[in-house]
Design a protein around this ligand. Structure first.
Ligand code: GDP
Length: 365
């Protein structure tokens, strides 16, 4: 399963946020495909469409979809040189598919800041630099060998060499791999290098309790936004402390508490949605009278693969899929009416499933 890793310097609020995640956490029993590990938190993906489908179909049971966050502790300056839990930390980052970088944007004199003062950009750069140094080493290890091959008129080596040089130049400028422009062909090669700084990233600005409603005025957040914009990365503003309180509430209680705080959606819910997109994940639905359920798939998956997410037998015996988009089903108000309106399609093995598809799979057993 794809996972988003939570990273950040010490004392920025990672554990507080991760606690909120496990508090809000989904019952792992419902999600047998998820990892059982103290460093992994399973979250349900908030999705208004699931509620609407439930009202329409009135099933016995409704099951949201879920995915995983991994808590990655232990980054310090010098990690790429093996300092602290350095190497372990880097190998943990290597295993995640996207990075949520928590940045301290709250001033609290009682809580020590590792470098002495609150300075989100310097914090971000400290971690990013460690990742860049690690990637620099990866590139260095390859570049000489590839250069030799390139000299021997090895075409593949020549194009790889070009990529490695571009990366090395960027790393020397302390720029991450994701900031380098590559064409599609080149990106495939870059992917094989498993670089840390080519993983998709978002920044989590952790603000103080009294600032959450006026986060727009927080100058630390403002700086993080500017930095992120440069990389084309998203910023989610949260107050980790409050999130752990919100995570204990549900339904009406939660809505009321959020209203009191003057926010529409909890920071955690925003973070979950943003991370889900960052991982390239999307949702399709099954909607029967027994169960209405959301399922996670990776964008670009075809119908049989998506069927396989429910059960491997579904993939093996796949015949075709009966599909209506969520919007069409909602406006028709029933499967029968959608069919009469010609909105239900039969799709075969080559169909790329779309976010919001409501699917009935036909298969041989
Ligand atoms: P970690 O080292 O990054 O895991 O940081 P922790 O989650 O342990 O937080 C470090 C300290 O900062 C703890 O005492 C938290 O209670 C405190 N903290 C975390 N988030 C906030 C916040 O939003 N506001 C304030 N005032 N304190 C926070």
């Amino acid at each position: 399963a794809l996972t988003a890793g939570i990273v950040g310097l010490p004392n920025v609020g990672k554990s507080t946020l991760f606690n909120a995640i496990t508090q809000a956490g989904a019952e792992s029993a419902n999600y047998p495909f998820c990892t059982i590990d103290p460093n992994v938190g399973i979250v349900e993906v908030p999705d208004d469409r699931l509620q609407k489908l439930t009202e329409l179909v009135k099933p016995k049971k409704t099951v949201p979809t879920a995915f995983e966050f991994t808590d990655i502790a232990g980054i310090v300056k010098g990690a790429s040189k093996g300092e602290g839990l350095g190497n372990k930390f880097l190998s943990h980052i290597r295993q995640v598919d996207a990075i949520c970088h928590v940045v301290r944007c709250f001033a609290d004199d009682n809580i020590t800041h590792v470098s002495g003062k609150v300075d989100p950009i310097s914090d971000i750069e400290t971690i990013n630099l460690e990742l860049i140094l690690a990637d620099f080493e990866t590139v260095e290890k390859r570049i000489d060998r590839v250069a030799k091959l390139a000299k021997q008129k090895d075409k593949a080596a020549a194009s790889e060499h070009e990529i490695l040089v571009k990366l090395k130049d960027a790393f020397e400028e302390e720029q991450p791999a994701r900031s380098v422009d590559f064409n599609e062909e080149q990106l495939k090669l870059v992917k094989q290098l498993h670089l840390l700084t080519s993983k998709p990233i978002l920044y989590v600005a952790n603000v103080g309790e009294d600032e959450i409603a006026e986060a727009a005025d927080n100058q630390y957040v403002e700086r993080v936004r500017e930095y992120a914009a440069n990389e084309g990365a998203e910023v989610i503003v949260i107050c980790a402390k409050i999130e752990s309180e919100i995570a204990e509430l549900e339904g009406e209680e939660k809505t009321m508490f959020l209203e009191e705080l003057g926010i529409e959606e909890s920071g955690l819910d925003q973070l979950i949605k943003a991370s889900y997109h960052l991982l390239g994940l999307a949702t399709y639905f099954t909607a029967g009278v027994q169960e209405v359920r959301a399922w996670t798939f990776k964008k670009g998956m075809k119908a049989p693969q998506c069927a396989g997410i429910i059960h491997t037998d579904f993939e093996r015996g796949f015949i075709r899929a009966e599909i209506v988009s969520y919007e069409d089903l909602l406006s028709a108000q029933s499967m029968g009416a959608a069919r009469e309106a010609g909105k239900v399609r039969l799709e075969g093995k080559e169909y790329f499933v779309l976010d919001g598809d409501v699917i009935h799979f036909r298969f041989n057993v």
